[in-house]
Design a protein around this ligand. Structure first.
Ligand code: NDP
Length: 457
């Protein structure tokens, strides 16, 4: 039998790569991991975790305003961007340290280097100028923000890679995109005090969500003063000097800003990894093609996480990594189950969703029942805030199974995580009806919806 340096070599120490490597090492495999940036990957270093800190930060300004309705008074209130960035960086450093320690404690070796495949068992460590070999290779290199490089001046805009380390807090922000990152950062910047304009190429932002969710979030963005321009794209970014930029749009409009932010999607990070050269098949957008076991077209090479462009979420990458390690290193074959994964957009108000949208359900099921409600949360009766909460339940009309729940409103992500357990377990609408309400909460509305919604065609 050929002797390799490692049983498993993982390229990329993000959520999927770290989970797979730690588990494999725990099961006795000799594991090497290469990471060219920072251990922890996008989620920990420049994604979900730092983003959530910014979301929390953006909520305090609003809370201060809201508290006036409850008798508080506020004066001399200020916000220090540098202080926030430093505090956030301190926590990211701590998490980065934990990830490194966990990998090492499990017995994995970390190589701070870019890694490129030379053949199906050989990896070239660029920063070390040497080859290592492995019986099994795992590609977990994630994704990277995409920018439309055909737009003159595109380089004057930043992406989610840079947004966490801005030297100064911007006054006017213009964002391209209408997906997760665009919507979340529009709310973050607005909440922290900037003027924000969102430019989306289509009609409804958050296009992949239930259409009521898209409409509700769109209305809420506008209500809080975010300018939303639809059916337009950036055509040019001009440098006006002194940090000022002018963005020209396809509809002829011009917008001046001191921060231009590209949030037009991410692409799988497969370029220059030597994948095609060793025979690993890639999809048109560069994603690594894998089967249900995360195996690529080369049978000892596997891939998990965003690089495969299946469901691009941290907990999914973690589960794909775990399933791979269980299957390959613990004789415990496991496949990732993609049904009913809860999702959230940390906008203001946030979105929580699980299961099918109404239009997906209408295509899939012969009969669909829809229940929905739209109300102001009790808290806002005294704050004077007009923010509305939407709750929508989609039911398979033949079996009574709840196949989708969509919420736009405060605490929606927390609610949906709990609801996802029930939906995943096959909960029926009758079970919702049989559950006694918890009063006074916003979530009690979920168990008191009795009237079927009849669409007006
Ligand atoms: P999304 O796929 O969510 O959104 C991309 C946006 O860019 C869409 O509105 C899309 O429009 C638009 N777009 C795409 N191409 C162009 C173009 N050529 N010109 C103008 N607009 C364009 O990507 P994000 O970058 O927001 O986020 C990347 C991924 O990261 C997400 O898919 C998600 O998986 C993950 N993520 C998850 C978060 C969470 O769970 N809360 C938070 C942040 C990111 P259209 O809709 O018309 O295609």
């Amino acid at each position: 039998m050929t002797d390799y340096d490692y049983d498993l070599f993982t390229i990329g120490a993000g959520s999927g790569g770290v989970r797979a490597s730690r588990l494999a090492a725990r099961y006795g495999a000799r594991v090497g991991v290469a990471e060219e940036f920072r251990v922890g990957g996008t989620c920990v270093v420049r994604g979900c975790v730092p983003k959530k800190f910014l979301v929390y930060a953006s909520e305090y300004g609003r809370m201060q305003h809201e508290s006036l309705g409850y008798g508080w008074s506020a004066s001399d209130v200020g916000f220090d961007w540098r202080k926030l960035v430093e505090a956030k960086d301190g926590e990211i450093d701590r998490l980065n340290g934990i990830y490194i320690r966990n990998l090492k404690n499990a017995g994995a070796e970390i190589h701070e280097s870019r890694a490129v495949l030379k053949d199906r068992h050989t990896i070239y460590l660029v920063d070390q100028g040497r080859d290592v070999t492995a019986r099994t290779i795992l590609i977990a290199s994630g994704g990277a923000p995409w920018i439309d490089e055909t737009v003159p001046g595109h380089e004057l805009g930043i992406t989610s890679n840079e947004v966490f380390h801005l030297e100064t807090f911007p006054r006017h922000v213009v964002i391209a995109g209408g997906g997760y990152i665009a919507v979340e950062f529009a709310c973050i910047f607005k909440g922290l005090g900037a003027d924000v304009c969102l430019v989306y190429r289509g009609e409804d932002i958050l296009r992949y969500f239930d259409s009521d969710v898209s409409v509700q979030v769109h209305a809420e963005l506008k209500r809080q003063g975010i300018r939303v321009i639809t059916q337009a794209t950036f055509t040019e970014i001009e440098d006006l000097g002194a940090g000022e930029r002018r963005v020209r749009l396809s509809n002829g409009a011009k917008i001046d800003a001191d921060l231009v932010f590209w949030a037009v999607g991410r692409r799988p990070a497969t370029e220059g990894l030597g994948l095609k050269e060793v025979g690993v098949e890639l999809a048109k957008n560069g994603a690594v093609k894998v089967d249900e076991w995360s195996r690529t077209s080369v049978d000892n090479i596997f891939a998990v996480g965003d690089v495969t462009d299946r469901v691009n979420l941290t907990p999914v990458a973690i589960r794909e990594g775990a399933a791979f390690a269980e299957t390959e290193f613990n004789s415990n074959p496991q496949k990732m189950d993609y049904a009913f994964i809860a999702k959230a957009v940390f906008s203001n108000p946030p979105v929580g969703t699980v299961g099918y949208t109404e239009s997906e359900a209408r295509k899939k099921y012969a009969k669909v029942d829809v229940y929905k409600t739209d109300f102001r949360q009790m808290k806002h009766m005294l704050t004077g805030d007009e923010q509305r909460t939407l709750m929508k339940i989609i039911v398979d009309g033949e079996t009574d199974a709840v196949v989708g729940v969509h919420i736009v409103g405060e605490h929606a992500p927390e609610m949906i995580q709990c609801l996802a357990i029930a939906v995943k377990a096959g909960v029926k609408k009758a079970d919702f009806d049989a559950t006694c309400a918890l009063h006074p909460t916003a979530a009690e509305e979920l168990v008191t919806m009795r009237e079927k919604f009849t669409p007006k065609f």
